[in-house]
Design a binder for this molecule. Structure first.
Ligand code: FAD
Length: 481
């Protein structure tokens, strides 16, 4: 049996516990070299956005500190992993590279290239499952085809039994001792500088495995009960806020899944809340299933009929949408929350996305790109599938003709306007009756609240009724083709 060192190649799995590849490496008793490679090349069109880079910096910092507390050192390198890792393997005499599977098309390409180049030097790459509950290629319908509808997909996943329970922490590692060149994290310039728009983000987030575990515990203790109903209300702290931790692999989905199952066993009254939460994790799995089987889903309409949709929105409206100046308070609140914190509540994501595609007739890819740059949880699978879902072109999508009325949505899910008042402070004084549609408020009410429309806050950039008719006409055009 080999006693050569093993390289553990960290990717989107920035944790030490319940990480099957790392556990397997530790179990061999061979020395391990932990490495992260910043790859500026392979993701080409999908380099991490600004918010993701902020998160990545802090997550790597946290992982390096964790490794240090176990006596190890994270080697940071920059370039093409398919070249850098074989060079490193030759340098230290490693015969194995372990890692977690990643499902983005570029990541699979890099894995294949690395595997080939390692084989040339008598080393081998072994990817382990670590980011998903189920392997996306193993879930198939009775005809052996991938699922295109969520409910039967999720039923099929669950029918295979519970996913593997999380493993405990590894207490002793044996590290490869040689001192190797490692780049300083700060030299990668992942953090914003001038201006530092993320200066206060540590109030909202604690990237890293420790932060992820705290988030999970807090969610279980404070918000899981009532999640099923509460998750739709943006002013409540009812959702887990785990998505970025899951995206960067700071916590395994298996750990989250089993924490829910244990909670259910202790508190059977939480049954429907835990099931609802698990089905949301299921949407994450479904997005990866779709990306795995239909790798062009980030770029092309899943339903081909939508490829010729007559998008006609303009740059001025796109810019008003991005900066939260559309004149629809719920849309503007969401867009401003996104810019200020790197996230947006799921219900509001659906409202702003529908507004972009259906009221402004702007291509879903423009919205997907803005989210990619600004979300801390920006995730190729979930972002692309969710945008296509809202636009009507995706698998199991919301029907195109179901057009959210932003005022009705806001009245339903933010009845007293608490969320709007927080993110659109210029409207904070308006009575509940007008907070969702300030343009209907009498002049004396507006001036009594210190608001002059088009000076302090815009009039709506489009009229809901005519925008709705325009959207339905555009839809009829593609349907008629
Ligand atoms: P919770 O309600 O606590 O849900 C638990 C977990 O389930 C989440 O952390 C997430 O991993 C998963 N999840 C929940 N809803 C979905 C969903 N609809 N699709 C896939 N996974 C889901 N989610 C991302 O992780 N990354 C994205 O880039 C992303 N882009 C989106 C774009 C649009 C237009 C829309 C409508 C939704 C998008 N979502 C995305 C899905 C969803 O909004 C977020 O996962 C959720 O808001 C994260 O908050 P949470 O962790 O508190 O969610």
């Amino acid at each position: 049996m080999s006693s050569n060192p093993i390289i553990y190649w960290f990717r989107q799995d920035l944790r030490l516990s319940d990480l099957p590849g790392l556990a397997a490496a530790a179990a061999t008793g061979r020395p391990i070299l932990p490495v992260y490679v910043l790859d500026d090349h392979s993701p080409s069109d999908w380099q991490p956005g600004a918010a993701s880079r902020w998160w990545l910096h802090h997550s790597l910092d946290s992982l390096a500190a964790q490794l240090c507390s176990h006596g190890g050192r994270l080697t940071l390198l920059r370039g093409d992993p398919a070249t850098i890792i074989p060079d490193l393997a030759r340098q230290i005499g490693a015969s194995d590279v372990f890692c977690s599977m990643q499902y983005e098309p570029w990541a699979r390409r890099v894995e294949n290239q690395l595997s080939t180049s390692l084989n040339d030097s008598d080393a081998q790459l072994t990817p382990f499952k670590g980011a998903l509950l189920w392997n996306p290629s193993s879930i198939r319908n009775l005809s052996g085809q991938p699922y295109k509808v969520f409910t039967p997909f999720w039923r099929a996943c669950r029918s295979t039994g519970d996913p593997t329970p999380p493993t405990g922490s590894i207490n002793s590692f044996r590290w490869h001792e040689a001192s190797l060149r490692s780049e300083p994290l700060a030299s990668w310039n992942l953090l914003p500088a001038k201006p530092d728009w993320a200066a206060h983000w540590h109030q909202h987030w604690q990237p890293g495995e420790h932060g992820a575990m705290l988030r999970l515990q807090q969610f279980l203790a404070e918000s899981l009960s009532g999640y099923g109903d509460g998750r739709d209300f943006p002013d409540r702290q009812s959702t887990s806020r785990l998505s970025a931790h899951l995206h960067f692999g700071e916590i395994s989905p298996n750990r989250v899944y089993h924490a829910m199952a244990e909670h259910k066993a202790i508190d059977p009254s939480a049954d429907s809340d835990t099931d609802k939460f698990l089905s949301e994790l299921g949407w994450r799995e479904f997005s990866y299933h779709l990306l795995h089987h239909f790798p062009d889903i980030p770029e092309r309409e899943f339903k081909q009929g939508f490829a010729k949709f007559p998008w006609s929105g303009n740059a001025q409206q796109y810019s008003a949408w991005k900066s939260g100046m559309t004149g629809y308070p719920i849309v503007d609140a969401g867009m401003r929350e996104l810019y200020a914190t790197g996230t947006m509540h799921n219900r509001v994501r659906m409202i702003v996305a529908s507004f972009l595609c259906k009221h402004l007739l702007i291509d879903w890819r423009a919205g997907q790109r803005w989210f990619w740059d600004t979300l801390v949880d920006a995730d190729l699978a979930s972002n692309s599938c969710s945008w296509q879902w809202v636009a009507g072109s995706g698998a199991d999508a919301s029907p195109y003709f179901r057009i959210f009325n932003p005022v009705t949505q806001a009245r339903k899910f933010d009845a007293k306007g608490a969320y709007i008042r927080r993110w659109v402070p210029e409207l904070a004084e308006l009575p509940d009756r007008y907070i969702h549609e300030p343009w209907t408020a009498p002049q004396n009410v507006l001036s009594g609240c210190g608001v002059q429309l088009d000076r302090d806050y815009p009039n709506p950039i489009v009229d809901h009724r005519s925008a709705r008719e325009g959207a339905l006409a555009a839809y009829a055009e593609v349907r008629g083709q």
